[in-house]
Design a protein around this ligand. Structure first.
Ligand code: CS2
Ligand code: MG
Length: 403
């Protein structure tokens, strides 16, 4: 089998997506997500101008060799642009291989390890009362795990509070919008949020929360300790994780489970965190961590240390990534949970898919491949529109901080 052509499809049904489509001389095609929120065209160019010329004529069945060729052959290794581009190729090749084998991707990986993939949804509100209502609405929809994020009194715009109800998209302007931040206000507010949420939702629903890289390690330890009475499933991205060692301090102060890694793109970003058991869940996922091939390596390494997977699944990861991730989740032995932010109807129409949601669990479907396709005619009706993630400044003096 030979790769005869490949192309990048950039479209924006509700938000920007980058999709790589690979075609072969045996009529099989595969697609992969290569979306990097706020830097989409960098990945599109990386693929079109540098990767695709090297793919033509290669055997698409040689997934591992192509992965190593693209990772080592670039000389400049790692990073979100490179690894999202490699992920797009890798996912498309696994899609082709599973179609050639006439089986869903999870079967090719080793078959199912569970009856379904437990997912968590995003309940958010402008204040505690509204957030409690949203958490109860998600419980009503059948979710067994719900992330709760709310506005913080005294702060105008805070991460995680959407503009709609089901649809949350942080990239919101042609140039980065500016949010304000106060750790003090946030640390005062969040325990109160979970006191009310846990009291309303009962003991059986898994509750999650995302601190979104904003705390120092000792502040993270304090928040983790303050949230212990509410038994969170995980507290996510408490502190910027470039310094993996800093999680040791957090661990010393709290038993609240820790999740990190949605912005990681290789095993090297999380090696120390995992082998020192400084985290409980690794959030890396298909589109930003080099595809199925590399994510499988991360998961197998994590399994040695009883660290479980918790793949990122926000709306800026396309349905192609969701389909591939659900196949991965159904197979992976040390599965933890899958994030599931529902896409809009426009997005779902451009990316028809086999995956389904029922009573808090998802299934990738039985379609050969990863089970997601792209309607190119419809995609063409939604041209790219530059959009950035916000930047964040301390409310009291304007210092730029993590968003
Ligand atoms: O856990 C999450 O889903 C968030 O951290 C994401 O929504 C993140 O803000 C976006 O993916 C950034 O593009
Ligand atoms: Mg997050």
């Amino acid at each position: 089998m030979k790769i005869t052509s490949a192309k990048v499809i950039v479209c924006a049904p509700s938000r920007n997506f980058v999709t790589l489509k690979i075609e072969t001389d045996e009529g099989l095609t595969g697609i992969g997500d290569a979306t990097l929120n706020g830097r989409e065209l960098a990945v599109a160019s990386y693929l079109t101008d540098h990767v695709i010329p090297c793919l033509i004529g290669r055997d698409p069945q040689q997934i591992e060799d192509i992965w190593q060729y693209l990772y080592k052959g670039a000389y400049w290794r790692r990073g979100p642009v490179t690894m999202s581009a490699i992920a797009g190729v890798d996912t498309a090749l696994w899609d082709i291989k599973a179609k050639a084998a006439n089986m869903p991707l999870y079967q090719l990986l080793g078959g199912k390890s569970r009856t379904g993939v437990m997912v968590y949804g995003h309940a958010n509100g402008k204040d505690i009362g509204h957030t409690v209502e949203e958490v109860l609405r998600y419980k009503e929809m059948g979710y067994k795990a719900i992330r709760a994020q709310s506005g913080v009194p005294g702060l105008e715009k805070v991460y995680g509070v959407g503009r709609g109800t089901m649809f949350y998209e942080p990239a919101d302007a042609d140039l980065p919008s500016e949010h304000d931040w106060s750790t003090e206000k946030y640390l005062r507010h969040t325990p109160e949020l979970f006191d009310k949420v846990r009291a309303a939702v009962g003991p059986d629903i898994h509750l999650l929360h995302d601190a979104h890289h904003r705390l120092t390690p000792i502040e993270a330890g304090r928040l983790g300790k303050d949230l212990e009475p509410y038994r969170l499933f995980w507290l996510e991205d408490t502190t910027p994780a470039e310094n993996q060692e800093s999680f040791r301090l957090i661990r010393q102060h709290t038993t609240t489970p820790l999740a990190v890694g949605e912005i990681f793109n290789t095993i090297w970003d999380c090696k120390d965190l995992i082998q020192n058991q400084l985290i409980d869940y690794i959030r890396a996922t298909v589109v930003h961590a080099g595809g199925i091939t590399h994510l499988r390596r991360i998961a197998d390494f994590a399994a040695l240390y009883q660290v479980r997977t918790g793949c990122h699944g926000a709306t800026d990861l396309s349905p192609v990534c969701m389909g591939a991730a659900l196949n991965f989740d159904l197979w992976v032995p040390n599965f933890g949970i899958q994030e599931y932010m529902r896409h809009t109807e426009e997005t779902d129409a451009v990316f028809p898919h086999a995956y389904t949601f029922k009573d808090g669990y998802m299934h990738p479907g039985e379609t050969p491949g990863h089970g997601v396709t792209i309607d190119e005619t419809l995609a063409a009706k939604y041209p790219y529109q530059r959009a950035y993630l916000p930047v964040n400044r301390l409310q009291h003096d304007g210092t730029l901080c993590s968003w």
